[in-house]
Design a protein around this ligand. Structure first.
Ligand SMILES: *Cc1c(COP(=O)(O)O)cnc(C)c1O
Length: 391
């Protein structure tokens, strides 16, 4: 459709700065636009199509479920959601799962769990949720309040009260904030995604976990971007040996269909009761059937391949001319280029490789099963783009 851009400008709310690519179809880690131009997909729709476009196993699971039943609401039992929840609990040791449809909703649930847990145990004044500066937790008014980036807050006041932000890595500040506020939960990303692929310091995470335990504050990890195999472990907290009380996830879990999940550990497993929370589309059988096909393939062996592929890409750019440093874990990679990241990503797009930015970095979130040949091709194109943007 040649006038897609015009119609989009006319009818779609202008919330997105789009690249001039009209995506038409794809297969695995390749996408073709409406002019037939081929792209290597190093962004997977921001970490969503975990096994690529039209992944056959996922497609079979989804289509099979559509042919049986697409929705009956949470008034009745359906198998895919139960199966998925069982899988997630067995793999994490967490006890209960609430399903929603997005990352923001998964975090909303986490925040409600922390507030109710603290209200019942310590009193309703214990309602403060501490999060990190530079974090990203979603776009609802509550998850925006959780997001530690003030430029998202302007003109949307008042946001939900009860959020305090702290500097990542500063354990003394965290202690002080915990002592000066009545805190219910500490919500963190182990690797800040939108904030620039910033890996948290392990000692800080461990010390924060100990403080939370000591003061009965729920440790909640936002695994919306880092979860579901992205970092070479099922969830990123597993790279740091943490035992969170609550884990929120979304993006890659559905393989391309809307899905969010809030996993609740032993401490708070029975906090939510009938009527406390809900979602009409939550645990949608089609989304859940797709997610079962994703999670069931994230074996230790597969995850170690994810880690190796990530290490290969990071190594290719470490010390590369025009690159200051490389960050990330597994197939969640940030490349701090000397040239502006946006210019590098635009150049990559022109050359047929779709990348993302995260703050001042080029961000790569390729499919977990991207073949080595496409990794090599993409690395070479991104390298050329970096060189050309330098020159
Ligand atoms: C994308 C993201 C969210 C928000 O997810 P939505 O599905 O867009 O609501 C929340 N937290 C993190 C860490 C994310 O990367």
């Amino acid at each position: 459709m040649s006038n897609l851009k015009e119609l989009d400008a006319k009818y779609i709310a202008h919330t997105y700065a789009r690249f001039p690519v009209e995506a038409d179809h794809g297969e695995g880690s390749l996408i073709w636009d409406t002019d037939g131009k081929r792209y290597i997909d190093m962004g997977t729709g921001i970490g969503v199509t975990a096994f690529g476009i039209g992944d056959p196993e996922w497609k079979e699971a989804v289509i099979g479920q559509i042919e049986k039943l697409q929705h009956v609401s949470n008034l009745y039992y359906t198998e895919p959601g139960v199966k998925l929840a069982e899988m997630l609990c067995e793999r994490t040791g967490l006890k209960k799962v609430f399903f929603g449809n997005s990352g923001a909703e998964a975090n909303e649930c986490a925040i409600k769990v922390a507030r109710k847990y603290a209200a019942e145990k310590k009193g309703p004044e214990y309602n403060v949720i501490v999060t990190l500066w530079n974090s990203f937790h979603g776009r609802t008014l509550t998850t925006l309040a959780a997001t530690g980036q003030e430029h998202y807050h302007e003109l949307f006041q008042p946001l939900t009260p009860g959020f305090v932000h702290v500097t990542p890595g500063d354990i003394d500040e965290l202690k002080k904030v915990f002592s000066e506020n009545k805190v219910a939960g500490f919500l963190i990303e182990c690797i800040q995604g939108e904030g620039g692929v910033n890996v948290m310091d392990e000692a800080y995470l461990k010390a924060a976990e100990a403080l939370c335990k000591e003061q009965d504050i729920l440790l909640m990890v936002d695994e919306v971007q880092t979860g579901n195999g992205r970092t070479g472990k099922l969830f990123s907290y597993m790279n740091f040996g943490l035992t969170p009380d609550v884990v929120s996830t979304a993006k890659g879990i559905g393989g391309g269909l809307p899905m969010g999940a809030c996993l609740i550990g032993e401490k708070a497993e029975n906090v939510l009761g009938p009527g406390d929370h809900g979602s009409t589309f939550g645990a949608n059988p089609v989304s859940c059937a797709g997610a079962v096909s994703i999670i069931s393939r994230l074996t230790d062996e597969f995850l170690s391949e994810v880690a190796e592929k990530g290490a290969y890409i990071r190594k290719a750019f470490e010390g590369f001319p025009g690159v200051e440093y490389v960050s990330g874990l597994g197939l969640m990679i940030g490349i701090k280029t000397k040239a502006p990241a946006g210019a590098v990503v635009t150049k990559c797009m022109e050359k047929g490789v779709l990348c993302l930015t995260a703050k001042d970095k080029v961000r790569l979130l390729p499919a977990l099963n991207i073949p080595m040949e496409l990794i090599e091709e993409a690395v070479s194109v991104i390298g050329e783009a970096i060189t050309e943007c330098e020159g």
